[in-house]
Design a protein around this ligand. Structure first.
Ligand SMILES: [Zn+2]
Ligand SMILES: [Zn+2]
Length: 555
């Protein structure tokens, strides 16, 4: 048998976010997940980060399907951009659970992408996709309809777990399909690509259903209004908030566009039930006594335009927070969002609100399994090869150690990287030559590989400001004919401005004299020399690197 199976992660390894993996067999490709990442604070002015899928663009005709494990942004969010870039016609179909597909549809509708075929599949159904057999296995996670993806080929089965935990008492009463996983293990799994998010936490993750009673405890102690913030896609959490509110005879208002949208989708699919008459509009809150209100809001990550952030900055049109209100964070910050969350919390204290976070009470449970659950997965599936997914390099390493601990031989464990393909054939598995991978930025509505220069410039401008130095020189000999003009904006710590301006003028003169002596006449070269000299001076004096922009005018 000469066929080769290739598993190529384009995102999600060495990072948490933008998950995307290509599984390739007999020249056909199934894409599992097309996720995005939110920018770090250094990526000034960038809205979203997508995996670089140039490899896929070249192979667009070979795409058999895109399969989505669940509806979270880090698995689904890049779909509109991927479809637009590859052309909807090049993607024969998209597969996922019913909620995942409903969320994909609403996303694609917003981007006016309506030509692609969206197929709901139920766990347990099997599909032929060219040389692959596809099966979804039901898992538990912080959003309903999460699935592992099993792709069967003549060489064996690849199992990509997606995000999961083994929750024995999930809110909807549907635990992960452990028996199917064990069966797949008995049939033989060639490669397991598993979630590493919580491999640094020992034991078992707490069940989602323990959160509800704790929420009710917290609510019972509140006398004023209650605001609960959580991920809008965490439909079971929203259900538990609704249940706790119901038990204490409070009405519920949904605030934030994605909260209303997801609860709408969840209600249509029967994932969430709200008793008749319990939901009120945000405008009706003012008419109810404080102790009869629970507001469920977006903004648990401190997102700049989210409802909670606006409330915290007294900038929300419908809800005005006040002393006596309690804000419950039923979520933990994703790494990178801590600062924005802390800022939001402090604004809430400034208003006089009480704030409860998962540090104060168990009002959150993670959707990702801890070490014992990762080991359980390995033992159920008994894979020949293991490639840890979904985690920074530290977590990929810890996951590899867990695999070794349950008896997978080290030579069969592959700690990968984005762009590094694992090639498997009848002789065995090995990493192939590195393929192109990286990030694509979405800047407003534009998509592109925004040059590093643009990002560097934005970082410089935002951190250290800008100096513009206008220099007027004589065309014939390059000598300075007027005093240089110096304009600066956003330069921090500039208390001896006058002194520095004098020095800048002196440096300009020296620089120009040197250029004249060396018979440098080209404006570009003079500008370069000025830049280097001035940048050095400014750094010496301020220990900062503002952008230095010489403008040379010849007269
Ligand atoms: Zn994820
Ligand atoms: Zn997830």
């Amino acid at each position: 048998m000469s066929s080769r199976l290739r598993v190529l992660p384009l995102g999600g390894l060495g990072e948490i976010g933008k998950n995307m993996t290509l599984v390739e067999y007999e020249d056909r490709i199934v894409v599992v997940d097309v996720g995005l990442r939110f920018p770090t604070p250094e990526m000034v002015g960038i809205d979203l980060v997508l995996p670089d899928f140039a490899y896929l663009r070249e192979r667009a005709k070979d795409i058999e399907a895109i399969v989505i494990t669940h509806g979270h942004e880090d698995h689904l969010g890049a779909l509109p951009w991927v479809l637009r870039e590859l052309g909807q016609r090049n993607v024969p179909a998209i597969y996922g659970g019913p909620l995942t597909i409903a969320m994909a549809r609403s996303k694609l509708d917003e981007h006016k992408l309506r030509e692609v075929e969206l197929n709901e599949i139920e766990p347990g159904e099997t599909f032929e996709l060219g040389p692959f057999g596809l099966e979804m296995v039901h898992m538990t996670h912080s959003i309903p309809d999460s699935c592992a993806v099993a792709l069967e080929t003549e060489l064996g089965t690849v199992l990509i777990t997606g995000d999961y935990k083994f929750d024995q008492t999930p809110v909807d009463g549907r635990p992960a399909d452990v028996s199917r996983l064990a069966e797949l293990g008995r049939e033989g799994v060639l490669l397991l690509c598993g979630d590493s998010t919580n491999v640094d936490r020992e034991g078992f993750s707490p069940s989602e259903s323990v959160v509800g009673p704790h929420l009710e405890d917290v609510f019972a102690r509140c006398e004023g209004r209650i605001v609960v913030t959580s991920f809008a896609s965490n439909i079971h959490r929203v259900q538990q908030v609704v249940d706790a509110a119901h038990a204490l005879d409070r009405k519920v208002a949904l605030v934030g566009r994605s909260m209303r949208k997801n609860v709408g989708i969840g209600r249509n699919l029967g994932h969430i039930e709200v008793p008749e008459g319990m939901l009120v509009g945000p405008r009706e809150i003012a008419d109810l006594p404080d102790e009869r209100v629970v507001i469920i809001s977006t903004g648990s990550q401190g997102e700049p335009l989210s409802a909670l952030r606006r409330m915290a900055y007294r900038d929300h049109r419908q809800v005005e927070l006040k002393g006596g209100d309690t804000v419950v964070f039923s979520a933990t910050p994703i790494p990178g969002n801590e600062r924005a969350v802390n800022e939001t919390i402090d604004r809430l204290y400034h208003i006089g609100c009480d704030v409860i976070t998962p540090r104060d009470a168990p009002v959150h449970a993670s959707g990702h399994g801890y070490t014992e659950e990762v080991k359980l997965m390995l033992n159920l599936v008994k894979p020949r090869y293991v490639m840890p997914f979904h985690g920074d390099f530290k977590r990929l390493r810890l996951h590899a150690q867990l695999a070794e601990a349950v008896g997978v031989p080290p030579r069969n464990i592959f700690q990968g990287d984005n762009g590094l393909p694992l090639d498997i054939d009848a002789r065995g598995a090995r990493f192939g030559a590195r393929e192109h991978s990286g990030m694509i930025f979405v800047d407003g509505v534009e998509i592109g590989e925004l040059a590093d220069v643009a990002l560097r410039d934005r970082r410089m401008l935002s951190a250290d400001g800008i100096f513009v130095v206008v220099v007027t020189i004589a065309g014939e000999d390059g000598s300075s004919v007027a005093d240089p003009e110096v304009i600066f904006r956003g330069v921090p710590f500039l208390d001896q401005a006058d002194e520095l301006l004098e020095e800048i003028r002196a440096t300009v003169e020296t620089s120009l004299a040197r250029a004249a002596k060396e018979e440098i006449r080209e404006v570009d070269l003079i500008g370069q020399a000025l830049h280097d000299d001035l940048a050095k001076l400014v750094y010496d004096r301020l220990k900062r690197r503002p952008m230095v922009l010489p403008v040379v005018v010849e007269v």
